[in-house]
Design a protein around this ligand. Structure first.
Ligand SMILES: Nc1ncnc2c1ncn2[C@@H]1O[C@H](COP(=O)(O)OP(=O)(O)OP(=O)(O)O)[C@@H](O)[C@H]1O
Ligand SMILES: [Mg+2]
Length: 477
């Protein structure tokens, strides 16, 4: 596909750390976090004026799903805007709890695993043409997704070594893996999201005209703090999808055992341990990623770079593979999450004269993912110029309220008009409805549409009503 819609859903980890006695569990903390959201939208599942969705399911992982983006840089901005919104909500909730006498600090972590062994996700959404044969697409994409973690993993400390991999006994040697999520994903594709979690969720919910489109739901990725790593994650995947869709330049690299390969590659920082392919070949993480990168480079040489970000994405991809090959991360250690974090962990271990089993190392690992900008370790590094930015903070601030130029723009204007008019509305990715007013209710099946005469008519009608009756509803934050 020439054009594509992208979206990232992020589930956050939450923890309230009490200063004094007492406890506040994550579920209660999450409910507190969502109190202003529920007041604002009368639900813990709301769509905002920037086109995104804020959501608290049962359990304790607040979720932000970016609006539909047609542009990779917009995706990075919208993803960061979600962090900023939750950062403000966390500050408000923390103040409220402190006022209640429950003194403490509220932490939100953009990571994928907690100390109790639970994993939570960062899901990527890619619009596909319905014409592409889905099972073939999945077969070609899976080995890419399995090895992609060498480049875009968020990195994870294992104080007592990797969890049991492939039946082998635990080594007990403290270690570091490329990925957070790889230990929790077991099979290539299925419609399950919790038990025996797949890399790709095949539930067919296109949020678009189903005759024309499909939505690919990739649930194997790590949440990224680094803007450049987020960009690489979606940018690399977009390129590989293009090649698969065009039936160009890719070998069939189907793996003998997907779940096993995912874990083996995640825990092998040398990139050289091999995994078996269905046809009996053996390939390492570096072998696989080199094949994909080479194919992507010749594809773009022939076809031209499809996006303004492509050149940088390919360059960063190549530098990361070189860094693993030479075991020298100095050329990527401000741009790739696992390397940015590892550099700091190595320095910390050196200062402590300890290895990765030291409790301080696990603390720094977690603190890297703290989204509070004046406390989180990633943000402290970023402030010192040790984590490269891809977008300006002004553009992130703007993305908190301004939707990208896709259907999200229509949704945003619809929500703004309905709220200003004080009307009850129900909105999702496709539907924009004013409750009990069919004339003002629409379905928008084209995720690229920034204009729609019927929706505009309703928006104008609501704006006229507002002018007659000034009852604006207050903003969320
Ligand atoms: N047609 C589309 N193609 C690709 N992505 C889309 C499309 N429409 C919406 N999206 C993106 O898909 C994501 C949907 O997020 P959401 O959390 O609602 O996922 P879900 O899989 O539908 O539901 P849930 O998380 O409740 O299981 C958003 O990031 C959104 O921007
Ligand atoms: Mg979701």
């Amino acid at each position: 596909m020439e054009q594509r819609i992208f979206g990232i859903e992020t589930e956050f980890g939450i923890r309230y750390s009490m200063t004094g006695m007492g406890q506040l569990g994550p579920e209660e903390a999450a409910r507190k976090l969502f109190r202003p959201v529920v007041e604002w939208g009368r639900s813990s599942n709301v769509f905002l004026e920037n086109g995104s969705r804020l959501y608290l399911d049962v359990g304790s992982h607040p979720e932000y799903a970016t609006a539909e983006c047609a542009d990779l840089t917009d995706l990075v901005r919208q993803d960061k805007a979600g962090e900023r919104l939750f950062e403000k909500l966390a500050d408000q909730a923390e103040e409220a709890l402190n006022r209640q006498g429950l003194e403490g600090k509220l932490y939100l972590f953009k990571n994928n695993a907690d100390s109790a062994g639970n994993s939570f996700g960062s899901h990527e959404n890619y619009l596909l043409s319905r014409k592409a044969e889905f099972s073939r697409l999945v077969r070609f994409l899976v080995p890419f997704l399995v090895s992609r973690q060498l480049v875009v993993g968020a990195g994870r400390v294992h104080p007592s070594g990797p969890p049991q991999i492939n039946g082998a006994p635990e080594s007990g040697q403290p270690s570091y893996s490329f990925s957070q999520r790889a230990d929790y994903v077991w099979e290539a594709a299925s419609s399950a999201t919790t038990r025996s979690r797949p890399l790709i969720n095949t539930r067919d919910e296109p949020h678009a005209d189903a005759a024309q489109y499909r939505r690919l739901h990739v649930i194997v990725g790590d949440s990224n703090m680094s803007e450049t790593t987020t960009l690489a994650r979606a940018g690399m995947t977009d390129l590989i999808l293009r090649m698969i869709e065009d039936r160009q330049g890719l070998d069939d690299l189907e793996l003998a055992n997907t779940g096993q390969a995912l874990r083996t590659l995640s825990h092998d920082l040398t990139g050289r341990t091999t995994v078996e392919l269905k046809d009996g070949r053996k390939m390492s993480g570096l072998d696989l990623q080199r094949l994909y990168l080479d194919a992507a480079v010749s594809y773009t040489d022939q076809q031209g770079a499809p996006r303004p970000e492509t050149e940088y994405v390919l360059d960063l991809w190549g530098r990361t593979l070189d860094a693993i090959e030479t075991q020298d991360t100095s050329a990527i250690d401000t741009e790739i999450d696992w390397a940015i974090k590892k550099k700091l962990l190595d320095r910390t271990a050196e200062k402590l004269d300890a290895d990765y089993s030291h409790p301080r190392i696990a603390q720094v690992d977690l603190a890297y993912h703290d989204i509070k900008q004046n406390r989180g370790v990633f943000y402290l590094l970023q402030a010192k110029g040790l984590a490269r930015r891809w977008v300006s903070e002004e553009s992130v601030t703007r993305a908190e309220t301004v939707p990208p130029e896709t259907r999200a723009a229509l949704r945003g204007r619809f929500i703004a008009a309905a709220r200003a008019a004080g009307l009850d509305y129900t909105v999702d990715w496709v539907h924009f409805k004013i409750n009990q007013q069919i004339a003002l209710s629409h379905s928008c099946q084209d995720p690229f549409a920034t204009e729609d005469a019927e929706v505009e008519k309703s928006i104008r009608a609501m704006q006229d009503a507002t002018r007659r009756d000034q009852r604006a509803m207050p903003p969320l934050i």
